[in-house]
Design a protein around this ligand. Structure first.
Ligand code: GAP
Length: 451
């Protein structure tokens, strides 16, 4: 449904999820900024991934390695020579396209055509390295060259020895990292899906050689469970085993988890059995040992690696796409209108609860609503809103996916009798059902739903 992505892009801007980077200067292709609610959504995702991958496990520890690393890292890993996409140039339009994506690219002419059908003369494919080159220090010569990292993985491989020593872990164990990565993609497209600056959440899970295939299956299952727990269910994910001809040369087996985006079924995460390729390479080029001594068997060997690598931005986009819904509802005058609602899992929702005084010009209602804010704020992300009709305020929260709304009305003040005093209306985003809840019960009630 291609129209759906246009609606999502427009909602993301209107409600403050995602803006074009440097927008007032015409933008920068392939770069995006996360607005006030977008940054909360993305942070919820990263924090939950971190919690599941490190804090709730005994066998994975964290790392934050630098974005700039010694150029030797990229020589050893093979990125300097092989991290490239085939590209063709159009001699007519002077544009450049990925040779394997001509059917999905736009040639730039109106009416819009693809580079393979517009009649422009294309060059033979050439390899284009995707790493952003930069210089470290004041002299811009060959010896100062390095790259912005295109993946966080290498930082974990080159710190393998240090992490092993300080964590005193035994195989199998993993290192987890979340961080920025940069790729000079030839055709950034589909909103944030293919960006030039993006974030990765990666685990390098080190194991004995004979455990590799089995652990690949284990991580596939773990990752599917993770997506389910953030509101992307298994039916929306396609597991694709990558055929040998399309796999990275060092991988013995790879699964891609693909999601049904409105622009097609596309990769969300790769789970690769990377063998011992990376550690062996770094051991060879650095001359430093990156092996493991097994106390039981008294053997020394270089561990194998299984790597679940997910894109933060792609998963954030998938969360928005999976949550987006439109439904016909009765408006205030008895007609029908379309309600746009993001049905986020409460755990991921940027705001957990809206707090609304029924009327803004009644100081008692406003004062009580502020008290409710103070009660809830230490526990969860809330949004206070007193502007406009209550129905409009609910709709605004629906559009950012806030699972709960609390309204403070005259009953709360005890005007209809003591029974309802100190109670509020709790509205559920999905069913739009409302119930009376005691103010003092709100924190526990809401926390139980969002954890
Ligand atoms: N260390 C392994 C690695 O980097 P990858 O398949 O190249 O593997 C992992 O990338 C994930 O990063 C992808 O599944 C995707 O979610 C995300 N990703 C890759 N390139 C991206 C881009 N240009 N924009 C946004 N996300 C991207």
């Amino acid at each position: 449904n291609p129209a759906k992505i246009d609606k999502i892009v427009s909602l993301c801007k209107r409600r403050g999820f995602i803006f074009q980077s440097s927008e007032i200067y015409g933008g920068l292709n392939g770069c995006w900024d996360y607005g006030p609610v977008g940054v909360e959504l993305k942070r919820n995702l990263k924090n939950y991934w971190w919690r599941c991958m490190t804090q709730l496990r005994d066998d994975v520890v964290g790392l934050e390695s630098s974005i700039l690393m010694n150029r030797a890292v990229w020589k050893a890993s093979g990125h300097e020579t092989t991290f490239s996409d085939p590209m063709v140039d159009c001699k007519t339009s002077k544009r450049r396209f990925r040779a394997d994506q001509l059917d999905y690219s736009e040639c730039g002419q109106k009416p819009s055509k693809t580079p393979s059908t517009c009649g422009g003369e294309l060059t033979q494919p050439r390899n284009f390295n995707l790493m952003f080159k930069t210089y470290v220090g004041p002299v811009e010569d060959e010896s100062a060259i390095t790259y912005l990292r295109p993946e966080t993985a290498q930082g974990m491989f080159v710190q393998f020895r240090n992490v092993l020593e300080v964590s005193r872990k035994k195989l199998p164990f993993g290192i987890a990292q979340i961080g920025k990565a940069f790729r000079n993609e030839i055709n950034p497209r589909n909103f944030t899906f293919r960006s030039r600056e993006f974030e990765l959440m990666e685990v390098e899970y080190f194991c004995r050689p004979e455990q590799g295939f089995e652990l690949l299956e284990y991580w596939l299952e773990e990752r599917l469970k993770f997506y389910d727990s953030i509101g992307i269910n298994r039916k929306q994910i396609h597991v694709r085993e990558i055929p040998e001809k399309d796999r990275a040369f060092y991988s013995k087996k790879t699964y891609d988890l693909e999601f049904e985006f409105p622009f097609g079924v596309q990769e969300l995460e790769g789970i690769a059995y990377r063998t011992d390729y990376d550690l062996i390479q770094h051991q060879k080029v650095s001359g430093k040992p990156l092996d493991y001594f097994d106390e039981e068997t008294k053997q020394k060997f270089v561990p194998h690696v299984v790597e679940p690598a997910a894109g933060v931005d792609r998963t954030t986009l998938a969360l928005i796409c999976a949550a987006y819904d439109e439904e016909a509802v009765t408006d205030e005058k008895g007609g029908t209108e379309t309600r746009i609602v993001l049905r986020f899992h409460p755990r991921m929702a940027p705001v957990k609860c809206g707090v609304f005084p029924l009327l803004k010009n009644k100081p008692e209602l406003v004062g009580k609503a502020r008290e409710v804010c103070d009660l809830l704020r230490p526990h969860l992300a809330i949004f206070y809103d007193e502007a406009g009709a209550i129905g409009r305020r609910y709709r605004r929260q629906d559009e950012i996916g806030t699972p709960f709304g609390v309204t403070i009305d005259f009953d709360t003040l005890g005007e209809k009798g003591p029974d309802l005093k100190e109670t509020v209306t709790l509205r559920d985003r999905d069913s739009m059902k409302q119930e009376r809840v005691k103010i003092q019960d709100l924190p526990a009630r809401l926390l139980a739903a969002i954890r």
